[in-house]
Design a protein around this ligand. Structure first.
Ligand SMILES: CC(C)(COP(=O)([O-])OP(=O)([O-])OC[C@H]1O[C@@H](n2cnc3c(N)ncnc32)[C@H](O)[C@@H]1OP(=O)([O-])[O-])[C@@H](O)C(=O)NCCC(=O)NCCSC(=O)C[C@@](C)(O)CC(=O)[O-]
Ligand SMILES: NC(=O)C1=CN([C@@H]2O[C@H](COP(=O)(O)OP(=O)(O)OC[C@H]3O[C@@H](n4cnc5c(N)ncnc54)[C@H](OP(=O)(O)O)[C@@H]3O)[C@@H](O)[C@H]2O)C=CC1
Length: 423
């Protein structure tokens, strides 16, 4: 067995790295040909984006149709490996148009970075000393990014918390930064690190962590919509969806799946636009648990007219500059397709995709169940996995759906029958 210990692997070219990986893992010539296939994201760009690059991974890039948001039409880029997600979001966006589509608001592009101070005895007095130095601290932070300041961004405020921990009380400073059109992780981390020496001299404590919080609860986007009761399938469907929501609101086991459905839409747009999926996902789930119990990120209620009102409020740390947004060629086009003017507008669109996605899943679950719509779209994957040659995929899919048996074993049987018939 070869060792994976390899000092200086990063100094090799991508091609040399690939050769090493092939030797280590025993990949075949066909595997290597797949890894070498040119993609829109060239290996040279990939090699500048991450470390030890040997290839790129393609994910389907589709578009969510029918979205009307604040009276404006959008075609939403979505990158996902999961069938039925894009169809589902598009379908509900179509239904929601009848009552005007989606309506949004936001709290602005405000990020938090945390500075951890330990070894302080008089934590309450220290807390106030930090507030007294507010202006000086803001000045130090804002010296770090003159360009952001010129745009009207920068550190605006601070909060000081005292938290109990298993190693005693800690003083935690939150710096509150307007990051404008950047997601802002690098921006706020630079500021937090620059503030550490001043905070240590001010408090006599020791600063350890200086890092943004992904619980970006000062960077919220809010989206609401109304689904017409007839368009959604009748008042009993409205009642079923409200009941499905009530289940998620009351039970973390259900809420985790309910929120996964929301993130089907959200992560797809975050990824398509070159943003950080992990940052948005951790923010979403932490926000869902902010009151101590994990719950639904959306609300679904019946209006006085019997229609269905849906809403979502979610942290949305996404940018139009920084990260991969201005580097990845497809992500740049995705942003261009949306024609957004600001990072918060992008965030609102992303949340609308999440709300629409959630509605589609709840509607399916509260009526016919998820399998018909999802599996009929997933059936193409099953046919390919079962070994259907391209010319037989459609026929295999058609027969599996007609029989209501979207399964690998059945797909294999159908392929065999069709292949024998052709002979
Ligand atoms: C799949 C549908 C939309 C079919 O729904 P349907 O009513 O059979 O669709 P239709 O054929 O009547 O078409 C209606 C519209 O859907 C869209 N549409 C329809 N088909 C396509 C397609 N092939 N490609 C693109 N778009 C499609 C399209 O907008 C179309 O309008 P049109 O263009 O005809 O005017 C529906 O069954 C559905 O929404 N199902 C839910 C699917 C879903 O939620 N998938 C996510 C994966 S499951 C999961 O991970 C999460 C979950 C479910 O566990 C979350 C939870 O538990 O809460
Ligand atoms: N926990 C997490 O989520 C973490 C995430 N990350 C990663 O950080 C990256 C995002 O960081 P981010 O700070 O956004 O990226 P960048 O540092 O790449 O970009 C932000 C910089 O862009 C410049 N800029 C140009 N135009 C604008 C504008 N209109 N508005 C705002 N800034 C502008 C600003 O500074 P200037 O031009 O002056 O340089 C700003 O500081 C992502 O890749 C993420 O994955 C990193 C650490 C932790």
């Amino acid at each position: 067995m070869k060792s994976s210990l390899f000092s200086g692997f990063y100094k090799l070219t991508p091609e040399e790295r690939l050769k090493e990986v092939v030797e280590f893992s025993g990949l075949s010539e066909e595997d290597v040909a797949v890894l070498r296939t040119p993609s829109v994201l060239g290996i040279d760009v990939a090699d500048r984006m991450v470390e030890n690059a040997i290839s790129t991974l393609s994910i389907p890039f589709g578009v969510g149709m029918n979205f009307l948001i604040n009276g404006k039409d959008y075609i939403i880029p979505m990158a996902t490996e999961e069938p039925s997600v894009i169809a589902a979001a598009s379908n509900m966006a179509r239904i929601c148009r009848k009552k005007g589509g989606f309506f949004t608001s936001n709290t602005g592009p405000t990020m938090i970075a945390q500075i951890q101070i330990v070894g302080v005895q008089d934590v309450y007095a220290t807390r106030l000393k930090i507030f007294e130095a507010r202006e000086a601290l803001i000045a130090i932070a804002n010296e770090q990014d003159p360009f952001l300041i010129s745009l009207g961004g920068g550190m605006k405020d601070l909060e000081v918390r005292i938290i109990d921990s298993q190693i005693g009380p800690m003083v935690i400073v939150h710096i509150i930064v307007d990051t404008k059109d950047a997601m802002g992780a690098n921006t706020v981390n630079t500021m937090a690190e620059a503030l550490a020496p001043k905070i240590e001299s001010l408090t006599g404590g020791k600063v350890y962590l200086r890092i943004l919080s992904n619980l970006a609860d000062k960077r919220l986007v809010r989206v609401r919509t109304v689904a017409d009761k007839e368009a959604i399938g009748g008042e009993h469907v409205v009642d079923g969806i409200v009941s499905a929501y009530a289940f998620a609101a009351a039970d973390p086991y259900r809420a985790a799946t309910h929120n996964k459905g929301i993130m089907n839409g959200i992560s797809a747009v975050v990824l398509a636009t070159g943003n950080d999926t992990r940052a948005v996902e951790s923010g979403a789930h932490a926000y869902a648990a902010r009151n101590g119990v994990y719950t639904s990120l959306t609300h679904w209620e019946k209006t006085a007219e019997g229609d269905l009102a849906g809403s979502i409020e979610i942290p949305m740390a996404v940018g139009l500059v920084g990260g991969a947004t201005k580097v990845h060629p497809t992500a740049k086009i995705a942003v261009k397709m949306l024609g957004v003017q600001s990072a918060v507008e992008l965030g609102e669109i992303i949340a609308a995709a999440g709300l629409s996605q959630n509605l589609a899943a709840l509607r399916a679950l509260a009526t016919e169940g998820i399998q018909r719509g999802h599996m009929s779209l997933h059936s193409r994957n099953i046919a390919v996995m079962a070994g259907a040659p391209p010319e037989l995929v459609d026929a295999v899919v058609k027969q599996m759906i007609a029989e209501g048996k979207v399964r690998m074993d059945r797909a294999k049987e159908i392929i065999e029958t069709l292949t024998n018939q052709k002979r």
